[in-house]
Design a protein around this ligand. Structure first.
Ligand code: G6P
Length: 612
């Protein structure tokens, strides 16, 4: 949440920072601001999206080769021009951008007010910038030392960058629990929440570690120290990320591009990990710890949002194929309970961004209790990828639409591979079923292609239900979590109230809501509960609900019963959510577009939730 970007070098900073903010906008978009340091610091901040900020800077002199920018997702104080970042210290000497939360800001603010500081905004960030200035004044120390000292006094999470009017050749940045990446160019440096604003200029980056402070000087080497002032040796990484991966590539929205990328992303997630002809599956991250997995008492999955839905599907996969008990936890609940975790448990975190604050905290807890921690993550080099004992990247490529699509299906690919790998090792799956499933996995990309050809039909169905106020999604077994995910997608981007339910539970409440205005989306692809699903559809029809059924190709019986049907190719049941998810993604997408909603940046949401 919140995107930050800073530049120092010999180019004009403003266009670089503005473009960087547009790339980081997925992290928050309720207000934005930029400060450029020339002889003085010029700051422009605006409520709304980065495009509003761009308009507001039209007639302002933003000349300068050092600057900082921020796109905000409000935590303290409403989204308006005043609460927008950057925040300026009382004397106007320092300007700061911040991603995170300073939890003890109230007591620091009181102390600063007593010392004569006054505050214009309601933010915790304005407190931090004044604390740094106060320390500079009291102790006559450098910006870097003042930042370090200030950070020892704050409790909370932060990624910050500060500039100082009195020293126009330096940027100071720091992080704790919120990401900060240093980009190393030719005579220039970048600091940003992720590599997306940097990659156009350089692929050389350093991921700052928790409680590290970086000082970047013009025409000099950068220096990283920890909060105890000990010099650190940063690891420079070369990123394999292309700028085209961050563009819409001819699609109207990132979400649509990402839905349509799925034949490729599903393939990429499997690449090198499976060979159906030779009959093997091998998930690298698991191999060194296979004994731990084989002897695990339990697998505990921790995640949030869409990743939590993937974890629910993992429960079916691992119990079914590898016969190991599984628990699935909302990371936010898990971290604040006193969960029983032993050294014989494996705690698996699922996260697209690898930065979700609650998931990180749940992992720290699991580590403390001695469990093996495993990360299933999309963003390379992210905090979860770095803090876990082992793990697997899902290799879905950058996901920019706030509503997760391709990361979800890639997570399911990895989870299926892992469950198969473990089941095969343990002998809990017979060779015939194992072979069938790995062939089925390899056939997924072409099946997804076929589903994507239904786009126009799904668009037609979307038009029929776009004015609904509520929607119900039903599924059974493996497709119950897929129903939850379908409902979440609709809610997130079209603002229609939607609920997912296990189909049989419909009778215990949601049935009371069904009338001729209620679309009920039924995932009816499971062979195992065939008759039961048919009865559920009859029950909905009897109450005049509008049934949209996701069925297997050629299922004439359910097609007859349903008002609308979407036919997907036949697939082994454990893999069916991978296919049933796709028409539901398209349905939400088209409904949201028809309702004129901001599909890629839905209101109040952010892609990377780095605050709890
Ligand atoms: C936010 C995003 C969701 C995502 C969830 C978990 O709510 O809007 O799309 O599923 O965070 O994020 P993670 O990066 O941990 O998967």
């Amino acid at each position: 949440m919140c995107g930050i970007v800073a530049y120092i070098g010999d180019k004009q900073a403003f266009p670089i920072i503005l473009e960087g903010l547009k790339r980081l906008e997925y992290r928050g978009y309720d207000s934005a601001g930029i400060s450029i340091l020339n002889d003085d610091i010029t700051t422009v901040k605006k409520k709304g999206k980065v495009s509003e900020l761009e308009k507001a800077t039209k007639n302002v002199d933003m000349n300068g080769t050092i600057g900082i920018g921020h796109t905000r997702w409000a935590t303290h104080g409403k989204p308006d021009d005043i609460n927008a970042h950057p925040h300026v210290s009382n004397s106007g000497r320092l300007t700061l951008i911040h991603n995170g939360i300073i939890e003890n800001y109230a007591s620091i603010k009181t102390a600063l007010i007593e010392l004569g500081h006054n505050f214009k905004s309601e933010t915790d960030t304005e407190v931090l910038v004044n604390l740094i200035e106060e320390l500079q004044n009291q102790k006559n120390i450098s910006l870097e030392d003042a930042v370090r000292e200030a950070l020892t006094r704050v409790v909370g999470a932060y990624a910050i960058v500060v500039i100082d009017k009195n020293d126009p050749n330096v940027l100071v940045g720091a992080r704790k629990s919120s990401p900060l990446v240093i980009g190393i160019g030719d005579n220039e440096y970048f600091l940003a929440s992720d590599a997306s604003p940097i990659i156009k200029f350089t692929n050389k980056v350093v991921y700052l570690q928790d409680e590290e402070i970086v000082t970047v000087r013009r025409n000099a080497d950068f220096e990283v120290r920890n909060i105890k002032n000990q010099i650190q040796t940063p690891q420079i990484k070369e990123l394999d990320l292309k700028i085209e991966e961050l563009e819409k590539g001819g699609f109207d929205h990132f979400m649509l591009k990402e839905i349509f990328q799925q034949p490729v992303t599903i393939f990429e997630s499997m690449r090198g990990r499976i060979n159906a002809e030779e009959g093997w599956v091998s998930v690298g991250g698991m191999q060194d710890h296979m004994k731990k997995f084989e002897n695990a008492n339990r697998l505990i999955f921790v995640a949030c949002g869409t990743s939590w839905h993937s974890a629910l599907i993992a429960e079916y996969l691992f119990e079914d194929l590898a016969r190991v008990p599984v628990e699935v936890e909302y990371a936010s609940e898990f971290r604040y309970r006193n969960p029983i975790i032993s050294e014989n448990d494996v705690v698996i975190a699922l996260s697209q961004s690898g930065e979700t604050a609650d998931t990180l905290a749940a992992l720290s807890l699991a580590k403390k209790k001695g469990a093996l921690t495993y990360g299933i993550v999309n963003v390379i080099g992210s905090s979860i990828a770095r803090m876990t004992d082992c793990g697997s990247y899902i290799h879905a490529g950058p996901e920019i639409g706030v509503a997760s699509t391709k990361a979800f299906t890639s997570q399911l690919v990895i989870l299926s591979l892992m469950a198969l790998n473990l089941g095969h090792r343990k002998g809990t799956i017979n060779e015939g079923d194992f072979r069938k499933l790995i062939f089925a996995l390899e056939s997924l990309p072409s099946k997804v292609e076929r589903i994507l050809k239904l786009n126009e039909k799904i668009k037609y169905i979307s038009a029929e239900i776009k004015n609904s106020q509520h929607a119900l999604y039903l599924g059974r077994g493996y497709n119950f979590p897929a129903a939850l995910e379908g409902a979440l997608k609709l809610k997130e981007i079209s603002y229609i109230h939607a609920e997912g339910y296990p189909a049989a539970e419909m009778k215990h409440g949601p049935i009371a809501l069904i009338d001729e205005h209620m679309p009920v989306i039924v995932i009816a692809t499971n062979e195992s509960a065939r008759e039961k699903i048919e009865s559920n559809i009859q029950e909905v029809k009897a109450r005049k609900g509008i049934v949209i059924a996701v069925i297997l190709e050629g299922d004439e019986k359910i097609k007859e019963m349903a008002d609308y049907s979407i036919e997907i190719p036949e697939v082994a049941e454990p893999l069916s959510p991978l296919l049933s998810a796709i028409p539901l993604q398209l349905l939400s997408y088209h409904i949201a577009v028809m309702r004129d909603c901001d599909v890629d940046q839905p209101r109040n949401l952010a892609k990377s939730v780095t605050v709890e």
